[in-house]
Design a binder for this molecule. Structure first.
Ligand code: PRP
Length: 183
């Protein structure tokens, strides 16, 4: 789906399809340079990270395996509590492996903070974070993040994996959702 086809529900494009492509290639080059000769597992958090994971993993030259977790945070509505439940765990052991957490967005940082602690406690050789988007103004906890695609304003964004009520994940850019859709 492109911006034109959902134009009446979106206010503006924040990251275009072209910008996504360029930035993903830059991020992949940084990963390639740092992880030469290492056994790397890309860990994606469902479902938001699917598009970024698909693009980033294919842009890498180093061999990697891919694994997924599904998490849900306890708490009401859109306010995350920081208490995380694992709905689907990784399929493989990460002990001794170099883990790269691949996230679509860091909002409050609560999900990531919990995930970093959890994966470190499983004996990973290293745990780094690559996030495509980050909302600095929404941060509730400071999370060490190695690479970020774009810092964006604290607005309701959709597309490139990000949803509103499971809609707009397949939008090929990152756009701001018109408040009239959710108010
Ligand atoms: C989103 C996103 C991150 C998390 C970030 O997932 O994919 O995992 O929220 O928020 P935080 O920094 O405030 O913890 P969401 O729970 O919306 O699930 P989804 O990826 O399936 O849409």
């Amino acid at each position: 789906m492109n911006f034109e086809s959902a134009k009446s529900q979106l206010t503006k494009v924040l990251v275009t399809e072209e910008q996504i492509k360029t930035r993903v290639a830059e991020l992949a080059a940084e990963i390639d340079a740092k992880y030469q000769g290492k056994e790397v597992v890309l860990v994606g958090v469902l479902k938001g990270a699917i598009m970024f994971m698909a693009d980033l993993s294919r842009a890498l030259s180093i061999p990697t395996s891919m694994d997924w977790m599904a998490l849900s945070s306890y708490g009401s509505g859109t306010v995350s509590s920081g208490v995380i439940r694992i709905r689907k765990d990784l399929d493989a052991e990460i002990h001794g492996k170099h883990v790269i957490i691949v996230e679509d967005i860091i909002d409050s940082g609560l999900t990531l903070s919990w995930l970093q602690t959890t994966l470190n406690s499983r004996g990973a050789a290293s745990v780094e974070v690559v996030a495509f988007l980050r909302k600095p103004a929404a941060a509730k906890v400071e999370v060490p993040v190695w690479l970020v695609g774009y810092d964006i304003p604290n607005e309701f964004v959709v597309g490139y994996g990000l949803d509103y009520n499971e809609q707009y994940r397949t939008l090929n850019c990152v756009a701001v959702l018109d408040p009239k859709v959710y108010s």
